[in-house]
Write a protein that binds this ligand. Structure first.
Ligand SMILES: NC(=O)c1ccc[n+]([C@@H]2O[C@H](COP(=O)([O-])OP(=O)(O)OC[C@H]3O[C@@H](n4cnc5c(N)ncnc54)[C@H](OP(=O)(O)O)[C@@H]3O)[C@@H](O)[C@H]2O)c1
Length: 254
């Protein structure tokens, strides 16, 4: 990780779960990290809990589903640091329901999933790559995807979440090719697809009420395992591009 020491990273969805674990990993590894989320106070709390770390943690409020919020955020980052080296698109939401859901707020929820998981990642990526190019250094962008971005092992309940992850996977590859065609061989792009991870997501989405019982019955990995996979991608030499990395818990049936 030494080659990234002192570099600047941005992580979306940094207030909980996988994003939080990545922020902690970066700070402990000497990477300065800007954590973005709507609940930015939770990111400030992460910094306080960790205490002194070689990499500093900066919290900034950002709703990735809102283009103005994304633009304001990256303007703030540009004014503060000038450029960045690493960007992780991690923020995503899910709600338990169907595409044909008749509930009153279903359209709003469906739009929110698309705007957060896909459109949000697109807008953040455009800004992030612009700031990576300003650094004239090596850059790395990782999209936190999902195994449901590869296949649909269980269609019930996931509605547009899985399609946003399919789209994110295609987006990752198109971006990789665009960068090469434009002569930029310094910025690498990767798609990281976890299986089940123990986080707040399943409860927040309304899939289950008792997270502890669910994770006891279901093979899963921890957020820290996903952060470890991010670090694996970061540690590869500059001439190696891991384009796709899938991590499943041992015992996962799908
Ligand atoms: N958990 C799993 O089993 C699993 C499996 C495969 C892939 N993944 C993927 O892993 C990533 C992280 O998921 P997680 O399980 O860690 O979820 P989580 O615990 O629910 O955390 C989601 C994070 O996204 C942020 N977020 C949500 N909407 C946002 C918005 N509009 N703007 C900015 N931030 C927003 C949340 O922060 P605020 O609410 O403070 O904004 C929170 O920090 C997602 O891309 C997810 O699809 C998860």
């Amino acid at each position: 990780m030494e080659k990234w020491t002192g570099k600047i990273a941005v992580v979306t969805g940094a207030s909980a779960g996988i994003g939080k674990a990545i922020v902690e990993y970066f700070a402990k590894s000497g990477i300065h990290v800007v954590g973005l989320a709507r609940r930015s106070e939770k990111i400030e709390e992460i910094g306080k809990q960790l205490g002194e770390t070689p990499g500093k943690i900066y919290a900034h409020k950002c709703d990735v589903s809102d283009l103005e919020s994304v633009k304001e955020t990256f303007k703030w980052i540009e004014e503060k640091f000038g450029f960045i080296h690493i960007h992780i698109n991690n923020a995503a939401i899910l709600f338990y329901g169907t595409i044909l859901d008749k509930r009153e707020n279903a359209t709003e929820k469906i739009n929110s999933v698309i705007n957060t998981n896909f459109t949000g990642a697109v807008h953040c990526t455009r800004e992030a790559v612009r700031l990576m190019e300003k650094s004239d250094d090596y850059g790395l962008l990782i999209n936190i995807n999902s195994i449901v971005g590869d296949s649909i092992p269980f269609g019930h309940g996931v509605n547009v979440y899985a399609p946003t992850k399919y789209a994110l996977k295609a987006f990752t590859e198109v971006l990789r090719q665009e960068l090469i065609l434009s002569g930029n061989t310094k910025i690498r792009v990767a798609n990281l697809s976890p299986g089940v991870v123990e986080t707040e997501m399943a409860v927040a989405a309304g899939f289950v009420e008792d997270a502890a019982a669910m994770y006891q019955a279901l093979p899963h990995v921890k957020s820290e395992d996903v952060a470890e996979a991010v670090s694996f991608i970061l540690r590869t030499p500059y001439n190696v591009n891991i384009t796709q990395l899938t991590i499943k818990p041992v015992g996962e049936k799908v």
